[in-house]
Ligand binder design. Structure first.
Ligand SMILES: Cc1cc2nc3c(=O)[nH]c(=O)nc-3n(C[C@H](O)[C@H](O)[C@H](O)COP(=O)(O)OP(=O)(O)OC[C@H]3O[C@@H](n4cnc5c(N)ncnc54)[C@H](O)[C@@H]3O)c2cc1C
Length: 509
């Protein structure tokens, strides 16, 4: 297994459980890729990639691999997201739909009813999408589980229309209040595509699933998922080696992969090899040009990696943000949506589309020390800010040097201060991750946290390419897994599990 992202670890676990002898080789000194937590600033546990675990709870992975036995414990985030209102109150999204609708009534009685209808009508579609996400993708499965899944009494064409439209339009058509449009728009934007992107409707509709499965935090930080996956591999007899960047995959004259060469020069032979890192890294760095047909090389070069889209500021703090309602508040349990209107989000994306950082970025604030005191020293807090939009390649002639990242971080902090002025004095240390930092540290090319753009043309049976969508590569014995593959990015593990199933089906020989 090349790379110890959580998908690689999930895949390795299923293979080990099936009796395969597995070895995971990771370039960094710690495992987990973008699901990793590191200690910083003397006693603060900081996520260096993901923080919120949603999709993995739709899968049987945690149970199948008995991850609780290996130290994984989840804390429910409830409310899972909140939008601060001007009167110091909050519009909150709870796991319980009725309670959420009650909260929405503060901003619009009609939107409370509309949200209930929205969640009920998107429920079957979202369930269908998650079924498709957990199998190798085919267009037939997409049609069966998604397009034909609209709830009884509603036309399938209407359902298809909502799937096909951008979530900006969908939210404007569905909700009258600016608060609901902004809150759901900013949540939908987390996957990358902007509000106007055709086929983006499901990015807003998937909230139906959060009401069903909840949003959760791994106690001790996001990386505890990877730690538990690593322990499970070792308990099954597998081996993990860190600080071991792979230089090349060995392809024999007969077109079959037979092993890997590490940067240290060590050669390791294996019957089967899985690359769990970025698809472009696999094909353009680990394989030689001669290993691919010119056409495959061309198609890989043409993949839409995108231009990054977000960056982070991770802070140690003496206090939780006070959004007007005092601290601690219920909203500290989940994601805090600091994006005043949908138009603000559209404008922020407009700056980025022109190649410059958003002048007024949208911010997602997370304060998990409020529900998990193990993250910070007593009385202190971890305040993590994810913000959009920040292009990797900029049109203003600047690159992500120290001054540029400090300036961008300051614009993110200023957004937080507008909502929570107490944070001006409360932040004691910060760790900034520009799109370039994400690329350098985590191997996320262009800083795209989803590896490749999650645009409709690169999803389902087209991710990453129609010819590679079934987790097999054109090189015998070389398989592919991770966010570059179906179903894409996020903490999910579905691609790792599906790759293992395909491999086990193909046999060990
Ligand atoms: C800042 C940030 C915030 C995020 N927030 C969330 C969130 O809250 N919720 C959510 O669901 N998702 C979130 N995501 C997205 C999610 O974390 C990723 O999409 C997902 O973790 C990708 O997992 P993966 O297994 O595909 O691969 P990766 O995590 O990309 O792992 C690939 C691994 O391969 C290794 N590798 C690369 N090259 C080599 C080599 N040559 N030799 C050996 N090893 C190599 C890398 O070091 C890495 O460990 C976030 C991501 C980031 C970066």
């Amino acid at each position: 297994m090349i790379g110890s992202g959580h998908n690689g670890l999930v895949c390795a676990n299923y293979l080990a459980a099936a009796g395969w002898k597995v070895l995971v080789v990771e370039r960094r000194g710690v495992i987990g890729g973008a699901v990793c937590t590191e200690e910083m600033f003397g006693g603060y546990k900081i996520d260096i990639g993901s923080s919120v675990h949603l999709m993995i709870h739709h899968t049987p992975i945690i149970k199948d691999l008995r991850l609780a036995d290996f130290g994984l414990e989840y804390i429910e985030m409830d409310p899972w997201a909140s939008f601060p209102l001007e009167n110091g109150k909050t519009l909150s999204f709870y796991r319980d739909l009725g309670r959420t609708c009650e909260s929405i009534r503060q901003v619009s009685i009609s939107d409370a009813a509309a949200y209930e209808r929205f969640i009920h009508s998107w429920g079957p579609v979202t369930e269908g999408v998650f079924k498709v996400f957990q199998e190798p993708p085919t267009l037939a499965a997409f049609g069966r589980h998604v397009i034909l899944a609209k709830s009884p009494g509603e036309g399938t064409i209407d359902g298809l229309k909502q799937i096909m439209m951008g979530y900006g339009r969908l939210l404007r058509e569905t909700f009258e209040s600016s608060e609901m449009r902004a809150a759901l728009g900013w949540l939908a934007a987390q996957s990358g595509p902007p509000p106007s992107e055709p086929g983006g409707g499901p990015f807003a509709g998937w909230h139906a699933a959060v009401h069903k499965f909840g949003a959760k935090r791994a106690r001790g930080g996001s990386g505890m998922l990877s730690v538990a996956l690593g322990r499970a591999i070792e308990a099954s007899g597998g081996e993990i080696v860190t600080d071991a960047p792979v230089e090349r995959i060995i392809v024999e004259q007969n077109g079959k992969a037979s092993g890997i060469i590490l940067q240290s020069g060590e050669v390791i032979y294996a019957k089967k090899i899985v690359s769990a890192c970025h698809i472009v890294t696999t094909f353009k760095t680990l394989l030689l040009e001669a290993d691919l047909t010119p056409e495959m090389g061309r198609q890989i070069s043409a993949l839409n990696i995108g231009n990054g889209f977000g960056m982070t500021v991770r802070c140690a703090a003496d206090a939780l943000p006070d959004y007007g309602g005092g601290t601690p508040a219920e909203m500290h349990n989940g994601m805090q949506l600091l994006c005043p209107t949908l138009d603000y989000l559209v404008q922020a994306h407009g700056d980025y589309a022109g190649g410059t950082p958003s002048k007024q970025p949208a911010v997602l604030a997370m304060t998990f020390s409020a529900i998990d005191p193990t993250l910070a020293p007593p009385g202190k807090h971890v305040v993590q800010l994810w913000s959009q939009y920040f292009p990797y390649q900029r049109s203003d002639g600047r690159f992500w040097d120290d001054a540029a990242r400090e300036e961008a971080a300051e614009s993110i902090l200023q957004t937080l201060y507008k909502y929570a002025p107490n944070m001006r004095k409360a932040i004691t240390a910060k760790h900034i991750q520009s799109p370039l930092d994400l690329e350098r540290t985590l191997g996320l090319l262009h800083g795209n946290v989803m590896h490749l753009e999650m645009s409709l043309d690169q999803m389902f049976a087209m991710r990453p390419l129609p010819d590679l969508a079934n987790y097999r590569s054109p090189i015998g014995g070389l398989y592919l897994t991770g966010a570059s593959m179906h179903p894409g990015g996020g903490v999910f593990g579905a691609s790792g599990r599906s790759t293992a199933r395909v491999m086990i089906g193909d046999g060990r020989g």
